[in-house]
Write a protein that binds this ligand. Structure first.
Ligand SMILES: [Zn+2]
Length: 177
C-alpha cells in the first residue's frame, strides 16, 4: 500500500469524466488499498480515484461506524429529501461551502471482486455518496455553493451555533472528502 498525492482543484483530472472499471484485478485492489490509506492519513470522509489522478469510477467513503466502503462503478438509484450542510474537499484544502444535498440516497456499486450491492445512506453518508459520485463525473461541490468560507470563518459561524449536539456534528462535518 502507498499514500498517493491528492490533486488540488486546478488539476485537469478533477474535471474529467471517469471511465467505468471493467477489470477486477490486482491493480484495482491496489488502487482501493491506496485510496483507503491516503484517505485515512488525510482524516477525510471520502476520496475518489480522480483525486489521485486515476480516471476510473472508483471511490471510498467513511460510513457512520467509521468503516470504509469501497465503491466501484457507483451510481445513484434513488434520492429523497433535502439537507443543507457544510462541505469540504481534500482537493480544495482549507475551504468550505454550504451545499444542498438529498437527505436520503440509495446507491448501487460493485465491490473489488465485481459483485454488485445496494446501500442506503442518510445525513452525512448521503452527502458523501453524492460528493464522491460527482467527482467521477468531473464535478466539484464548489459548483453547488454561492461562496466559499475559510476555516476561520467557518469556525466563527459554528461557534455561534453553540450547543453540544452541534459541536459533535461539527467534528464530523469538519472532515473533508
Ligand atoms: Zn471531494
Amino acid at each position: 500500500m502507498a499514500i498517493r498525492t491528492i490533486l488540488t482543484q486546478e488539476d485537469p483530472a478533477l474535471s474529467k469524466l471517469c471511465h467505468p472499471v471493467t477489470q477486477f484485478d490486482s491493480k484495482l485492489a491496489d488502487l482501493l488499498d491506496d485510496l483507503k490509506e491516503t484517505l485515512a492519513q488525510a482524516n477525510g470522509m471520502g476520496l475518489a480515484a480522480p483525486q489521485v489522478g486515476i480516471l476510473r469510477r472508483v471511490a471510498i467513503v467513511v460510513l457512520e461506524d467509521e468503516s470504509f466502503l469501497e465503491m466501484v462503478n457507483p451510481e445513484i438509484l434513488a434520492q429523497e429529501g433535502e439537507q443543507t450542510g457544510w462541505e469540504g474537499c481534500l482537493s480544495l484544502p482549507g475551504m468550505w461551502g454550504s451545499v444542498k444535498r438529498p437527505d436520503w440516497v440509495k446507491i448501487r456499486a460493485q465491490d473489488r471482486n465485481g459483485q454488485w450491492f445496494e446501500m442506503e445512506g442518510t445525513d452525512m453518508t448521503a452527502r458523501c455518496f453524492c460528493h464522491e459520485i460527482s467527482h467521477l463525473d468531473g464535478h466539484m461541490y464548489t459548483e453547488l455553493t454561492d461562496r466559499l468560507y475559510t476555516a476561520e470563518e467557518l469556525d466563527e459561524i459554528l461557534a455561534n451555533e453553540g450547543d453540544q449536539e452541534k459541536q459533535v456534528k461539527r467534528e464530523r462535518r469538519g472532515r473533508r472528502r
